[in-house]
Design a binder for this molecule. Structure first.
Ligand code: FES
Ligand code: FES
Length: 169
């Protein structure tokens, strides 16, 4: 069984995994990082989106072996626990402020794709954001809130606007 060495949410990990193990299964079943959701299992919905070496990928469509030596970030990496509570990522704050979620099933994937888009230089504009999110589906169809959240989240991440509120988080 291949031995993998990778960094997950900043932590070095060494794991044995069968050659056909999906990255999503490694994260959810082996490491109990269940924030990455399994929706379609066929690379259609984006609920399983994580970042691999900075790029947004669908973890149901990537072998764990393909991540060997790489750096994986899951939605769990976005917030930090502190003595006084949690510190939320600017994109999470924007989702809360704009009501960018309903049932929340698509949200982890949306957040990870949105953060990658911010780093890719996608303009914080309605059309560009909708195009960037084309591979992430929301079954609750709350796209208006999601797009508004991603636009503001990208501006916050780029320092173009100041974080004015934590939106009650
Ligand atoms: S579960 Fe991976 S894209 Fe739907
Ligand atoms: S908020 Fe329910 S699937 Fe998107």
């Amino acid at each position: 069984m291949p031995r993998l060495a990778l960094t997950i949410n900043g932590q070095p990990q060494t794991l044995d995994a069968a050659a056909n193990t999906l990255l999503l299964d490694l994260l959810r079943e082996r490491l109990h990082l269940t924030g990455s959701h399994r929706g379609c299992d066929t690379a259609q919905c984006g609920a399983c989106t994580v970042r691999l070496n900075g790029k947004a990928v669908k973890a149901c469509n990537v072998l764990a072996l393909q991540a060997d030596g790489g750096e994986v970030q899951t939605v769990e990496s976005l917030s930090q626990s502190t003595k006084t509570g949690k510190t939320w990522h600017p994109m999470q704050i924007a989702f809360s402020k704009h009501h960018g979620l309903q049932c929340g099933f698509c949200t982890p994937g949306m957040l990870m794709r949105a953060c990658a888009m911010a780093d890719e230089g996608v303009p914080a504009e309605d059309g560009a954001v909708r195009q960037g999110l084309a591979g992430n589906l929301c079954r609750c169809t709350g796209y208006e809130g999601i797009v508004g959240a991603v636009c503001e989240g990208m501006r916050l991440m780029r320092g173009e606007v100041v974080e004015a509120t934590d939106a009650g988080l």
